[in-house]
Design a protein around this ligand. Structure first.
Ligand code: C2O
Ligand code: CU
Ligand code: CU
Length: 468
């Protein structure tokens, strides 16, 4: 049911004044261990994906000799990997053992709105909910899941709640490649190894901890045998990842919503919070290099430390099978002629009252209200969404329930057609950038769209479209 909850924050909110705490040095977390594979969620049924996800607080020893209290799905860092095939039935029983309401949102997946963990459908503390959906045709891709209660999403994610979901196709042109999974997440640890609350700066710029982890590990050693397919998730609250592998080119074969039409060979790849990519890495040599996050320098406000380049992992290439990457991966059909248009504008305002900074992150001039439908669309209508970032910060736009394609973008008066076709559910907008996205919603109901810097979303940079 739709639990009535406060959700309206029309006025700028005073920034919470949690002081910056002393943090652990980066060296406190052990590094250099072999990368651990994600733990797969086993199905209890032979003919569908049926399992339980329990969200609960756990004491974890991340720093030797110290306890960190985290909120986890099934006690795992990162959360379990769910794997299913197109056409599969999925039944996930969610047990909420947190002390607050939560939901599970299936980021990027075409699940019906009432199964998609909307903030309206919060599962109370101590409650349970069965999520049930059938994966449609042609939805193979790299997805993830995380909580989506209004206001508490940032905290639930930075305390550890996020997991992975891969939908596979029975006719996958890359099925011959062995696969690896790299989930990049952010972690902030105070000097006593506890996870501190968001500071005023975190609420403004989005939270970035001192650690960027791969599969929950600091600077793991990743062995790439021959040529492998790698799925990468940016599961960070706010960290932009400009990924590079010094000395190697990266072959990108997939985006959020599955394969590209053709492989793209690049020197670096920007993954913003919420985005995923599929890569082909390795050449069978025995080179040793690193996976790096280069400086992106997104626009921030206030006094913030300059970004630094970081090593996310050591990469060790070894001999192994080197299957060929097909020149054509699939055809992404155009959705057809657009019959409607929507306008979305991101903005932020900052004011100072009695020495207290107030900040508002807005969509179309408003802060999120779960009782207000911001836009109305018709089911199966092809639409063009013109999204304009009328602000001086970067904001990643994300919409639920569908995959869009970028048509063109405009920045500083320069218009550019999308250089290739790809299915995405999350896209970055530079300050004052405008993008045009083509999309279709195939289910009736409410869909959220928001900035995927979770602190911005949590403060109201979110809106909803009613599909009729
Ligand atoms: Cu990954 Cu509405 O979010
Ligand atoms: Cu989502
Ligand atoms: Cu934002």
């Amino acid at each position: 049911g739709h639990a009535a909850q406060g959700g309206s924050a029309a006025m700028p909110q005073p920034l919470k004044t949690v002081a910056d705490m002393p943090l652990l040095p980066e060296s406190a977390l052990p590094a250099g261990q072999p990368l651990q594979a994600l733990k797969v969620l086993n199905s209890s049924s032979a003919n569908k994906m049926a399992a339980t996800l329990t969200a609960a607080a756990h004491e974890v020893e991340l720093v030797p000799g110290k306890k960190t209290s985290m909120w986890l799905y099934n006690g795992q860092v990162p959360g379990p990997l769910i794997e299913a095939f197109e056409g599969d039935e999925v039944e996930i029983r969610f047990v909420n053992q947190l002390a607050q309401a939560s939901t599970i949102h299936w980021h990027g997946m075409p699940v019906p709105p009432e199964q998609d963990g909307n903030p309206h459908d919060a599962v109370p503390a101590g409650g349970e909910h069965m999520y049930r959906f059938k994966l449609p045709k042609n939805c193979a891709g790299t997805y993830w899941y995380h909580p989506h209660p209004h206001g508490d999403t940032p905290e639930q994610v930075y305390r550890g709640l996020a997991g992975l979901f891969i939908v596979r196709s029975k006719t996958d042109p890359l099925a011959g490649f062995s696969e690896q999974h790299w989930v990049i997440s952010d972690l902030k640890l105070a000097a006593d190894a506890s996870i501190p609350d968001n500071t005023a700066n975190d609420w403004m710029n989005g939270r970035e901890g001192q650690f960027a982890l791969v599969n929950g590990q600091r600077e793991p050693v990743i062995t790439i045998a021959g040529r492998q397919r790698v799925r990468v998730w940016n599961a960070c609250s706010a960290r932009y990842l400009r990924l590079a592998i010094p000395g190697q080119k990266i072959t990108v074969v997939g985006s959020d919503g599955g394969l590209l039409e053709k492989p793209r060979v690049v020197e670096e790849l920007l993954l913003v919070p919420g985005q995923r990519a599929e890569l082909i890495v390795g050449d069978g040599s025995s080179a040793k290099t690193t996976l790096k996050a280069l400086v992106y320098n997104r626009e921030k406000m206030g006094k913030v430390a300059p970004e630094v380049e970081r090593v996310l992992a050591t990469l060790q290439f070894t001999a192994g099978p080197t299957p060929k990457v097909p020149a054509t991966l699939r055809k992404i059909a155009d959705f057809g002629r657009a019959v409607a248009m929507k306008k979305v504008e991101f903005s932020e305002t900052m004011s100072m009252d009695n020495g207290v900074h107030s900040m508002a992150f807005l969509i179309n001039g408003k802060s999120y209200d779960m009782n207000r439908n911001d836009l109305v669309s018709k089911v199966n209508d092809v639409e063009v969404w013109e999204v304009f970032n009328n602000s001086h910060m970067d904001h990643p736009f994300h919409i639920h329930g569908t995959q869009f394609m970028l048509l063109d973008s405009e920045l500083n008066g320069k218009r550019q057609d999308a250089p290739y076709r790809a299915l995405q559910d999350t896209i970055n907008l530079r300050p004052y950038e405008k993008v045009r996205l083509k999309m279709v919603q195939h289910d009736k109901g409410l869909r959220m769209f928001h900035c995927h810097i979770l602190e911005h979303e949590g403060q109201g940079m979110m809106a909803q479209v009613l599909i009729k």
